[in-house]
Design a protein around this ligand. Structure first.
Ligand code: ZN
Length: 339
């Protein structure tokens, strides 16, 4: 009955062998024929008698091959395991091929994006390496910036002493002010570009780098998506729905890092309320001293043929040059998500 169109209660009632009420104790279930959703209409359920808009047409194992319609919940409730088995067979026969096609197309899409993703990933790793070096330069300023990133503070103000004239003018305008409180003023000096960078979660488990692991995992099935169990196909189909969004997040995280490491930013960082020595160090630091190298050193994640594919864990295989492990990096950068 593939290709049949069920849109109204009539479409169901006109099916050959249709009966409106069945007794599951007398006649066992043969198989699920098709899923229907006739919203905004509804039709009385062959099991519970209540009206359902959505359910399944089933065939019974009686000689006349009766057909009826039942709600999904009712199917489980009245037929138990018999229904669960029938549903699995139905999913394998009907849903699985559709999922398989979607995932196969998804794999081809991800495969075509490999070089681009690889480049983004290495760029991200390079930015993380720069963060580590920046932290080593001044843990105090790094921590200040990280707190500011978490609190979404991008503007930098400098505390500047007021001139005697300024203070006198202010007191003349309002004599009830305390002179001590007028000694300094906060002057806006600029906005940190890419200020969210230090609060981005780059972790493999939940953060930015997770995408790359998943891409690699999916490409493991490059030539054999049929080996995936149906529930895995469902998982990957959902993942593929979300893929463009994920790539966008990773790109924006990398962009944030690119903007963060700028000479203009360094001059702003030197104005933060840190120890004079730390401020001095940052002021005199030149970005060219950070190792910002990155390149597509290796081949993309997966190359033909499939049996040469490496198992999970390729992020570890190309860990950054820094002496820090990814775990330490994560601790350093925290796990706050910025998307
Ligand atoms: Zn029902």
């Amino acid at each position: 009955m593939q290709g049949m169109r069920i849109r109204t209660p009539n479409d169901i009632q006109n099916l050959p062998g249709y009966v409106s009420k069945i007794d599951p104790k007398l006649i066992p279930l043969s198989h699920i024929v098709i899923h229907y959703d006739i919203r905004p209409f509804d039709i009385q359920c062959g099991l519970c008698g209540r009206a359902h808009m959505d359910g399944r047409i089933i065939a019974l194992a009686d000689v006349s091959k009766s057909i009826t319609n039942i709600g999904h919940i009712c199917g489980k409730k009245y037929f138990g395991d018999m229904y669960v088995d029938a549903l699995r067979r139905y999913n394998d026969a009907i849903t699985r091929p559709q999922l398989l096609q979607k995932v196969s197309e998804g794999i081809r899409k991800v495969d075509s994006l490999q070089l681009q993703l690889q480049s983004i990933r290495l760029h991200g790793v390079s930015l993380l390496r720069q963060s580590v070096q920046f932290h080593a330069l001044s843990p105090e300023i790094f921590d200040l910036l990280k707190r500011r990133a978490i609190n979404n503070q991008a503007d930098i103000y400098e505390s500047v002493e007021r001139t005697k004239e300024e203070i006198e003018d202010l007191l003349a305008a309002n004599p009830f002010q305390s002179r001590d409180q007028l000694l300094t003023k906060e002057v806006y000096r600029g906005t940190v570009a890419g200020h969210k960078f230090l609060s981005i979660d780059w972790s493999v488990e939940r953060g930015i780098q997770r995408l790359f692991c998943e891409v690699s995992e999916l490409l493991d099935f490059n030539f054999h998506p049929g080996q995936l169990a149906t529930h895995k196909l469902v998982k990957w189909a959902n993942w593929l729905d979300d893929l463009d969004e994920q790539i966008k997040s990773v790109k924006s995280a990398v962009l944030e890092g690119e903007r963060f490491f700028s000479q203009t930013n360094l001059q702003l960082f030197a104005l933060l309320p840190a120890l004079p020595a730390a401020r001095e160090k940052i002021r005199n630091f030149h970005l060219s001293e950070l190792d910002d190298s990155y390149s597509v050193r290796s081949t993309p994640y997966k190359t033909l043929p499939a049996q040469k594919v490496r198992p999970l864990g390729r992020i570890r295989a190309e860990r950054p040059k820094s002496q820090l492990t990814l775990k330490q990096l994560r601790r350093l950068l925290g796990n706050k998500k910025v998307r």
